[in-house]
Design a binder for this molecule. Structure first.
Ligand code: SAH
Length: 468
């Protein structure tokens, strides 16, 4: 199988320094599944191409009992696409041969390693589950122009139709390190048939190589799922850690505050944040809730407010972000809290889209300014985890009312209130969602507005109170 990387950044031969591979000679590395060669078909001042040639030995593979999974038919162990198709073998080879380049280090050209340069990547045979559409979904959001042609099953008999392989060219401008990370992670995702067993260390690998770009990739769930061979536990772990490491916040010490600030800058004139917390607290005390879970607790402001009510026995704060939880822990002074007080509160890391026994047995759950951070296709998972599985007596959900945005002077038309918001709903959209969730799960719903009400556009925040 073959991967070629071409740059026209001049002097183009610097590619050799970046890859830590000398353009003047062929370099061969032995791997458990075969041999990997790095050669330079062209190495001029204007244009330089490095090719990674991976020779997989299918017979050796069978001997080592590392053949592709699910092929019990013995001939298939010998006659398969592994020798030529860009699969996880290529990814393993990239890691082995270009591992140093992927860390972004270059002894001879450190300044170049940090420079975005034009690249063209050619992969003549890419097995692609889901076809060209998936290929585009994976590479276009991270800045590549994608060209692909489907390879016919047999060039002499085009009437036999197309194979599942694509001839792929990716064109983009980025750092070499990023390019290698993208290929390393996404090639096995395209193939969706990793040749080796995956364990927890595979999650570390995914986060190490994808930490900078995967968190904001619209298909991050698909990528994590396929990369981890559809292992549910590993996938949920990876996503939780990925979201926690989301570059959403610049200053790790100011997590809750940073989120508050961006939104607050928009919402400031009315100190909406305070009014929101007041409205939620009012709901909890009216219902006399004693055990409360705050889902997506962020920096812990609401948890602190709930604790002030001495009738409340226990508060659990849950967030996917480790940074948010440490900010919350500092805000609450958990480590110096008096023991009796300390027993009333707990903070745990968790994702709201996965069933979690720790969330069961609460009188009330609060979900304040969180749902708009979920990708819309994940709202169903959120509903099942919270309303069908955890089943608190009451659920208080708040979310922005997008209709009100036109009244925020500092918000450019058509933009949402925070960079990480995946959507903001109109009142009708929120009411429809809440009504459906309520009736599907046996909760009655009341909807109201928080903040000053505009005759035409309503209130800036909308709140749904669900009760069983
Ligand atoms: N409720 C807080 C924070 C709102 S910001 C407040 O009102 O100030 C949204 C929070 O939801 C962030 O802290 C983010 O880490 C968290 N979050 C986003 N997606 C999540 C998920 N899938 N599971 C758990 N928490 C999530």
């Amino acid at each position: 199988m073959l991967l070629s990387i071409t740059t026209t950044h001049q002097p183009a031969t610097d590619l050799g320094y970046l890859l830590h591979k000398n353009p003047d000679r062929v370099q061969t590395t032995d791997m458990s599944f075969g041999q990997v060669n790095v050669v330079y078909p062209e190495a001029g001042r204007d244009r330089c191409t490095a090719a990674l040639l991976v020779e997989v030995d299918p017979v050796g593979l069978v001997r080592d009992r590392k053949g592709p999974k699910g092929n019990d038919f013995s001939l298939a162990q010998y006659v398969n696409d592994r020798p030529y198709a860009a699969s996880s073998f290529l990814s393993v080879a990239i890691n082995k041969v270009f591992g140093t380049a992927m860390t972004g280090r270059s002894k001879e050209r450190p300044e170049l390693a940090d420079l975005a340069m034009p690249f063209v990547v050619h992969l003549p045979v890419v097995p692609c589950r889901g076809g060209e559409a998936i290929l585009r979904r994976l590479f276009e959001p991270i800045g590549y122009e994608v060209a692909a042609t489907t390879i016919p099953l047999d060039t002499q008999f085009p009437q036999w139709g197309d194979s599942r392989y694509l001839d792929v060219t990716l064109t983009g401008t980025c750092r070499l390190r990023e390019l290698l990370e993208h290929l390393f992670v996404l090639l096995p995702v395209l193939d969706d048939d990793k040749h080796y067993w995956v364990g927890p260390e595979e999650v570390d690998k995914l986060l190490r190589r994808g930490g900078d770009w995967l968190g904001t990739h619209p298909d991050r769930e698909l990528i994590a799922r396929r990369y981890l061979r559809h292992d549910r536990r590993l996938t949920s772990d990876a996503l939780a850690r990925l979201l926690a490491e989301d570059g959403d916040v610049e200053d790790p010490d100011e997590v809750g505050a940073a989120h508050d600030q961006e939104e607050a800058a928009v919402e400031k004139p009315i100190s909406l944040n305070e009014q929101r917390l007041d409205a939620v607290i009012d709901q909890l005390s009216a219902a006399g809730s004693r055990r409360v879970v705050d889902l997506g607790c962020g920096g812990g402001k609401l948890v602190a407010r709930i604790l002030r009510d001495t009738k409340v026995e226990h508060v659990l704060g849950v967030d996917v972000s480790y940074r948010a939880l440490s900010a919350a822990s500092r805000r609450l002074h958990l480590d110096t809290m008096a023991p009796r007080q300390r027993e009333r509160v707990e903070l745990v890391q968790g994702a709201l889209t996965y069933r979690d026994r720790r969330l069961q047995g609460f009188d009330a759950a609060t979900v304040v300014e969180v749902i708009e951070h979920l990708d819309p296709p994940r709202l169903g998972a959120f509903e099942r985890a919270v309303f069908a599985y955890a089943r608190p007596g009451r659920v208080v959900v708040t979310t922005p009312n997008v209709e009100y945005n036109v009244l925020f002077e500092t918000l450019p038309t058509g933009t949402l209130r925070h960079r990480d918001h995946r959507f903001e709903w109109t009142r009708a959209e929120f009411a429809a969602w809440a009504g459906d969730v309520g009736s599907r799960n046996g909760y009655a719903v009341e909807i109201s507005g928080i903040g000053p009400e505009d005759a035409e556009h309503g209130s800036p925040t909308q709140m749904a109170v669900f009760h069983r």
